[in-house]
Design a protein around this ligand. Structure first.
Ligand SMILES: Nc1ncnc2c1ncn2[C@@H]1O[C@H](COP(=O)(O)OP(=O)(O)OP(=O)(O)O)[C@@H](O)[C@H]1O
Ligand SMILES: [Mg+2]
Length: 467
């Protein structure tokens, strides 16, 4: 029997009875004892005193002995476990059984009347004081302003309404990653497992499933099913057994360029099945994804009452003044104009503030004297990334809308473009999903417009290309 299986088994018992997972020292004790080490060596390796290790170990043996109905000590621990050769058939202790020598033992015999039952499954929103977290890949977000409403909505969807899949969608730089980091800080104690994965380098679904399963199960690589379908069904088992929070950042990196929004890159189509399965099948976990555009699967599934939601992230509004302050700009009375012009996009504002700082010693009025909206190379590079993904149809539509100084209706667009209504509808819908055009209601008519930065980009890049 592998020491990881032993640790997992012990962790199940401890978690079931105390609501807490084994901590690092408890794990070191069990691992050390299993390998025949003395307490003094375990103490030395864990940088604790020997007497502290003995105290913690004694509590652990007491708890395990109580639950297993057999006197467990340091000296008989391994032999007892080997003799039993137990295997865990379920990590969900609400089912209350473990398998010992292939005999299922009802959990009643394993439970002490004094200790609480498995809180993670008995109550709607478990608190896991010692949950397992893997968020090393998440960026550090030191300053963060506004977004109180968005955080409340997301928390409500995920914690209270227990949504299974939540998409945070918005243009590059709008603050999806920063928001997800802050969300994580607020809600991670409601989950037993928390993991952050970025898809920035377009990993295969196979690799992502391997990472997720290994994190949730401690299985070794050789112990994983080979086929994607089997990996997915194994992952779903873990998502049912435990309350897990998975955050997938940069999901647009597995979506395609040159087609309408929401399609997959060639070779990444199996992500669709993954998202659909997580969204449609019942489980206890939540997958949060950040993307420039929503993957196609989730659009028909989302709804106010469905456990699948999508949050369109817009500009930061006046909270962005704090970003400008942080960047050292002066003349505060001009900041609101700047925020409007750059659509409250935190990244765009940081870029423009850096330029104002470098060229005009932070004086916004000097920058605003030049009446065209300035897109420097840094900002253009970001916009290129977004626009390079557009299909030819979308490029035609956005250059047409971007060259208008006022919002336009579908009727007006159809008059001036050689597109069929269905082509135009598809193009507009797709650009909307990419957050590149905005809808406005005016005298009972729906009009379409682009933000000033997008208009400026379209004018300079697509001059004369208005279909
Ligand atoms: N609410 C906020 N307050 C302060 N700074 C913010 C806020 N939101 C985002 N930022 C900053 O703006 C920049 C862009 O944010 P972030 O990386 O989260 O955007 P994003 O939407 O994830 O972009 P991309 O889609 O390109 O990954 C970062 O420097 C981030 O720290
Ligand atoms: Mg991001």
């Amino acid at each position: 029997m592998d020491v990881n299986e032993v640790l997992k088994f012990a962790d199940e018992i401890v978690f079931n009875n105390t609501g807490k997972h084994l901590d690092d020292l408890e794990q070191s004790i069990l691992r050390g004892v299993w390998q025949g080490h003395k307490y003094s060596k375990i103490a030395e390796e864990s940088h604790r005193t020997e007497s502290h290790v003995r105290d913690v170990a004694s509590e652990l043996w007491k708890l395990l002995s109580d639950k297993l109905g057999e006197d467990l000590t340091k000296s008989n621990f391994r032999a007892t476990i080997e003799r039993w050769r137990f295997s865990i058939v379920s990590s969900n202790y609400s089912k209350n059984f473990v398998e010992i020598n292939n005999v299922k033992v009802c959990g009643e015999a394993l439970q002490s009347p004094k200790v609480p039952q498995d809180r993670s499954h008995d109550v709607r929103n478990p608190v896991s004081p010692r949950n397992r977290v893997s968020v090393d890949n998440a960026p550090d977000v030191s300053s963060f302003y506004g977004r109180a409403e968005e955080l409340n909505i997301l928390k409500k969807w995920i914690v209270e309404e227990r949504c299974r899949l939540v998409a945070i969608v918005g243009i590059s730089g709008i603050g999806k990653t920063a928001l997800a980091v802050k969300l994580l800080e607020r809600i991670q104690d409601k989950f037993e497992y928390v993991i952050w994965q970025s898809l920035r380098y377009s990993p295969s679904l196979e690799a992502i499933l391997r990472n997720l399963i290994q994190f949730l199960s401690d299985r070794s690589e050789t112990d994983l099913p080979v086929s994607i379908a089997d990996r997915l069904s194994l992952l779903m088992e873990y998502l049912r057994k435990s309350r897990c929070l998975i955050i997938l950042d940069d999901v647009q990196m597995v979506l395609s360029s040159g087609q309408l929004a929401g399609n997959y890159k060639s070779g990444y189509e199996d992500y669709g099945e993954f998202f659909r399965t997580v969204a449609e099948f019942s489980h206890n976990s939540c997958l949060v994804m950040n993307s420039w555009e929503p993957p196609r699967e989730i659009l028909p599934l989302k709804g106010d009452t469905a456990p699948i939601r999508s949050l369109q992230l817009n500009g930061l509004g006046l909270a962005a003044v704090e970003i400008l302050r942080e960047q050292g700009l002066v003349e505060e009375d001009k900041w609101e104009y700047l925020i409007d012009a750059y659509a409250g996009n935190p990244l765009w504002l940081k870029i423009v503030a850096t330029m104002i700082q470098e060229l005009f010693r932070g004086k916004v009025s000097e920058f605003l004297k030049y009446d065209t909206l300035v897109l420097n190379e840094d900002l253009k590079a970001i916009l290129h990334q977004q626009f390079n993904r557009l299909s030819e149809l979308e490029k035609q539509v956005i250059s047409r809308i971007g060259n208008e100084s006022v919002p336009v209706s579908i009727y007006q667009l159809l008059e001036n473009m050689q597109l069929s209504p269905s082509e135009l509808f598809n193009g507009i819908q797709s650009l909307g999903r990419r957050s590149l055009i905005e809808k406005k209601e005016q005298s009972n008519e729906t009009l379409f417009a682009v933000q000033p930065v997008v208009r400026q980009y379209v004018k300079t890049q697509y001059a004369g290309n208005d279909g």
